[in-house]
Design a protein around this ligand. Structure first.
Ligand code: SF4
Length: 361
């Protein structure tokens, strides 16, 4: 049976009614503070609500307002972000806090276009802050909203195409409840997150069911449409865990690459999987440890670490050296201070499993 014609004027009302009865109680929903709303939105772009909650609470506790975040040491910000991935977002978070403090006297601007000028704030985040904190009528369009709108209205334009994005944004702007933009935006996102889920949406108890295109036409698993397949790059990391007594050497990642600003062990990246002998005889290793003899204590298993566009294959070679390194680009760190450094989750995983101990020489 074809669906009843979709009623755009009833859409928002139905969602808000559903939201009031079904919403999850989340700490950032009890505030109009744009700083806390912004913080939650940036974290939730990165992870699911249950995983993001401890990060949100830790940030809100350590940095209760935008000025305290602006003043923070970058390593502390990255450390609190550790495990969320996409560290450029954590650095942008820090930069935005400084911008708000310096350019707007510590107050987020109550204006969509001014919000858009902030570092790392795109259309989605600007609309979220504008509507949730200031009740301005700007519609949010995130993955949940794309899914719901494409299924309910039967829109087959690709959500990652320019044309598709424009079409969804236009429709979202038409649908927003101008009197309750904050509640409407929360409702549409929450509905996509817990009702019209990516897999097995709960159509049988859905208040939009009798006018839903995807339900009537059995197109639920075909919508939304995505045009591009993401290319995944394989990388091979050979980490050198160079230890001298109770110290180990770290490298701060400064290049334009994953994990910029974080610390890891000195690394030799190879095109393919490299043998232990290839790494040990490589010129990079020789330069690193040129002033001292070393011996190999152990070679770890391979760790696979999956990022959105990269698959990392990593191995850790533990080297014991006889004299401290002269290499000034590396940082000598006491084993018991390792936890103070912001480390990629891959490196943290290895350290936790391995439990490095002092070596008596
Ligand atoms: S009927 Fe199913 S597919 Fe349609 S909006 Fe509801 S949950 Fe989503």
């Amino acid at each position: 049976m074809p669906p009843k014609k979709q009623d755009t004027s009833a859409f928002g009302k139905t969602l808000i009614k559903w939201y009031n009865a079904n919403k999850r109680e989340l700490p950032w929903r009890n505030t109009k503070d744009p700083y806390l709303i912004w913080l939650s939105e940036i974290i939730l772009q990165q992870t699911r609500v249950d995983q993001g909650m401890p990060y949100y609470l830790a940030f809100a506790k350590n940095f209760p307002d935008v000025k305290s975040l602006a003043k923070a040491d970058e390593n502390k910000v990255l450390k609190l972000w550790q495990g969320l991935g996409y560290y450029s977002r954590a650095r942008n978070l820090h930069t935005t806090a400084k911008q708000v403090t310096e350019l707007h006297k510590g107050k987020f601007p109550a204006d969509y276009n001014e919000l858009l000028k902030l570092k790392g704030v795109g259309a989605y985040t600007a609309a979220a802050i504008a509507s949730l904190a200031f009740e301005l009528p700007h519609a949010v369009v995130d993955g949940n909203v794309y899914r719901l709108l494409s299924r309910y209205f039967g829109i087959k334009d690709a959500i990652d195409s320019t044309e598709g994005k424009k079409k969804f944004a236009k429709l979202a702007d038409q649908l927003i409840d101008e009197k309750n933009p904050g509640t409407y935006n929360q409702a549409v996102m929450e509905f996509g997150a817990i009702q019209c889920k990516p897999v097995n949406p709960d159509c049988m108890v859905c208040p939009l069911q009798n006018s839903c295109y995807a339900f009537a036409e059995k197109q639920i698993d075909k919508l939304p449409v995505k045009a591009k397949k993401t290319a995944v790059r394989a990388r091979h990391f050979n980490y050198l865990v160079i230890q001298y007594k109770n110290t180990v050497y770290l490298n701060q990642r400064t290049e334009k690459d994953i994990w910029k600003g974080l610390y890891d062990f000195p690394l030799i990246e190879t095109k393919d999987k490299a043998s232990e002998t290839e790494i040990l005889s490589s010129p990079e290793l020789k330069t690193m440890v040129e002033n001292t003899k070393f011996h190999v204590r152990s070679v770890s298993k391979f760790y696979k670490h999956i990022l959105s566009h990269q698959h990392l294959h990593a191995r850790f070679l533990e080297l014991q050296i006889e004299k401290p390194l002269k290499n000034k680009s590396l940082i000598k760190v006491n084993l018991n201070e390792l936890e103070n450094y912001a480390l990629p989750r891959l490196v943290e995983r290895y350290i936790n499993e391995r439990q490095l101990q002092t070596i008596q020489i």
